[in-house]
Design a binder for this molecule. Structure first.
Ligand SMILES: [Zn+2]
Length: 478
C-alpha cells in the first residue's frame, strides 16, 4: 500500500463551499484522498511531506492545449492569429511527422506537471494519420499525468477524417475509458450553410464522446457555426467552446441554454486576436468557465499565467468601459477566488471529471499540488490564499505534485522525467523542420514584419535653446 501524508498545510479544498483549512494534513492512500484533518496518524511507511508555510490545492486543469506545438516553444512569440494559421494550417503544419508529435507532447506533458497542471486536454489537431495519433497517445501515456486526447486534424475536414475506418479503429484500440487518458473530438465549425461538420458530430454522438470546438474566433468561426450546431441538436452540456470571444448574445444564450462551457485562453485571446477574453460577458449569461493556455508556440503551459491574465483582462475592461462613461469602478466583479475555482473545478466540470478530481475531498482521486518555497520572499505572509495563488505564486513555487496518488514532482524537481531524452527528441524535430522549410523560411516565420509606427507630433517637444531669451524654442520638430 502506498501512502503520502502532507503535513500542516493551508488547504484550499475547492469543495462546493470553498472550505479553507489552515494547519491541516492531507492523507493519500493509493490513488485516493483518504483523509483531511489535523494531526493525522500516517499508516506505516507513508511518505511524509512537510507542508508548513505552504498552500495545498487541487491539481489544476487546462482544458485546451495544442501540446504537439510545444516542439516549437516560443517560436511564434510575435505572431498574430493570421500568421499562426498560415504557418500551421497552410504551410508547415503538414511537415510534422509522428515522432514530432510525440516529442512535442512529451515535453508539454512534463511542462504541465511541473507547473501543477495535473489534467491537460491535448487539443491535438496535427493528427494527419493514425500513426500521428498513436504517437500522441504513446507520449501522453509515457508521462504520469492525467490527459484527455482531443483528436483533430487540420489537414482534412472533420467529416473526412472522422469517417475513416482507421479513426474508428484507433478509438477502439487506444481509448479504454480510463480516467488517465480521456477522449474528445476536436474540430471547428466554419458556418458553411451546408454544415459539412454534421457528419463528424454524428460520429461523436455515435461514439459517445464530447466535442471541443474553437468558437467565436474573429475571422474564423462565428454565430453561424453556433446556430448550425444548435439547430441540428449538437450542443450538449459536454461541449467545450474554446475562446467564444466574438459571439452575439444569441449565441451565448444558446450555449447557456444547452449547458455547455467555455474554455477561456486569456493570454491567447489578448495577443492573437480571437476577440476580447469573454469572462465579462460569460458572467452575464451564467456560462461556466474553465481556463486554458492554448499553445506554447506563443505562451507557457502554466495556469498561474491564465489566472493572472484573466483577472487583469476582466478588470481592465471593466475600468475602461466605466471611464468611457466618466465613471469609476469602486468594486470589481471578478475575484481571485473565482479564477482559482476556474483553474480547478471549472476544468473538472467541463470535462465531466468532477466526481473524480478538481477538489481536495475525501474519496476523490489524489491530484494534489503543494505550493511552498522556503527560499522565496514571495511565499510569506500568506494573508489572502486565493490572491496568493493567483497573483503571487508561480511555477517555481510548485514544490510537490501528486497525480492519481503518485508523486511526480517533489522538492521542486520532476520525478522520473527523462528531460535529456525529451530535449534530444525536440532538437531532432527542430532540425527536421529547419531542413524541410529552409533556413530563410524558418527565420522569416519567426520574425514577422513590424507595421510602421508613426510617432505623433508633440507640441511639447523642445528643440532649441535660445540663449538671448533664455528659453526653449518649441514647436513640431521637422
Ligand atoms: Zn486553440
Amino acid at each position: 500500500m502506498s501512502a503520502v501524508l502532507f503535513r500542516n498545510g493551508l488547504v484550499l479544498t475547492m469543495d462546493d463551499t470553498h472550505t479553507v483549512l489552515p494547519g491541516h494534513d492531507v492523507l493519500i492512500v493509493e490513488d485516493r484522498i483518504a483523509e483531511i484533518g489535523a494531526g493525522l496518524t500516517p499508516p506505516p511507511g507513508a511518505q511524509e511531506i512537510d507542508a508548513t508555510g505552504g498552500i495545498l490545492m487541487p491539481g489544476m486543469i487546462d482544458t485546451h492545449r495544442h501540446m504537439w506545438q510545444t516542439a516549437m516553444r516560443g517560436y511564434g512569440a510575435d505572431w498574430t492569429l493570421t500568421q499562426y494559421f498560415v504557418w500551421y494550417y497552410l504551410e508547415s503544419g503538414k511537415h510534422f511527422r509522428p515522432e514530432d508529435i510525440h516529442a512535442g507532447n512529451v515535453l508539454a506533458a512534463w511542462e504541465a506537471l511541473d507547473a501543477g497542471v495535473t489534467t491537460t486536454v491535448d487539443w491535438s489537431h496535427g493528427l494527419q494519420s493514425t500513426e500521428h495519433a498513436d504517437a500522441a497517445a504513446d507520449a501522453l501515456e509515457s508521462v504520469p499525468g492525467r490527459f484527455v486526447l482531443a483528436y483533430g486534424n487540420i489537414q482534412q475536414g472533420p467529416w473526412q477524417w472522422s469517417a475513416a475506418p482507421e479513426f474508428r479503429d484507433f478509438v477502439e484500440r487506444r481509448i479504454k475509458g480510463s480516467d488517465m487518458l480521456g477522449f474528445q473530438m476536436a474540430f471547428d465549425v466554419t458556418g458553411d450553410p451546408a454544415f459539412p461538420e454534421k457528419a463528424a458530430f454524428e460520429v461523436a454522438r455515435d461514439l459517445g464522446v464530447s466535442v471541443t470546438t474553437h468558437a467565436g474566433v474573429w475571422g474564423a468561426t462565428n454565430d453561424d457555426g453556433i446556430r448550425l450546431m444548435h439547430e441540428h441538436g449538437f450542443m450538449t452540456p459536454q461541449t467545450v467552446y474554446v475562446h467564444a470571444a466574438t459571439l452575439t448574445h444569441d449565441s451565448y444564450h444558446r450555449i447557456a441554454a444547452t449547458g455547455g462551457s467555455v474554455s477561456v485562453s486569456t493570454e491567447s485571446e489578448q495577443s492573437a486576436g480571437q476577440g476580447y477574453p469573454p469572462t465579462w460577458t460569460l458572467r452575464d449569461h451564467d456560462i461556466p468557465v474553465s481556463l486554458s493556455m492554448d499553445t506554447s508556440v506563443w505562451w507557457s503551459g502554466d495556469l498561474f499565467s491564465a489566472m493572472r491574465t484573466t483577472l487583469g483582462a476582466d478588470r481592465s475592461r471593466e475600468h475602461l468601459r466605466a471611464h468611457e462613461r466618466a465613471e469609476t469602478v469602486t468594486h470589481v466583479h471578478l475575484r481571485a477566488e473565482q479564477v482559482v475555482d476556474w483553474a480547478t473545478r471549472g476544468g473538472s466540470r467541463a470535462l465531466g471529471l468532477d466526481s473524480l478530481v478538481g477538489s481536495l475531498q475525501k474519496g476523490k482521486k489524489a491530484d494534489v499540488v503543494l505550493l511552498k518555497n522556503d527560499a522565496s520572499p514571495v511565499m510569506f505572509p500568506i494573508l489572502n490564499p486565493y490572491g496568493h495563488v493567483a497573483f503571487q505564486a508561480q511555477r517555481g513555487d510548485v514544490h510537490t505534485v501528486v497525480v492519481n496518488g503518485r508523486v511526480v514532482k517533489h522538492e521542486h524537481r520532476l520525478v522520473g522525467a527523462d528531460l535529456a531524452r525529451a530535449r534530444a527528441d525536440v532538437e531532432r524535430t527542430v532540425e527536421h523542420l529547419v531542413a524541410t522549410m529552409g533556413r530563410d523560411a524558418w527565420e522569416k516565420g519567426m520574425n514577422p514584419e513590424i507595421p510602421e509606427t508613426r510617432v505623433m507630433d508633440n507640441p511639447y517637444t523642445y528643440t532649441e535653446w535660445d540663449a538671448g531669451s533664455a528659453q526653449w524654442k518649441h514647436g513640431p520638430a521637422d
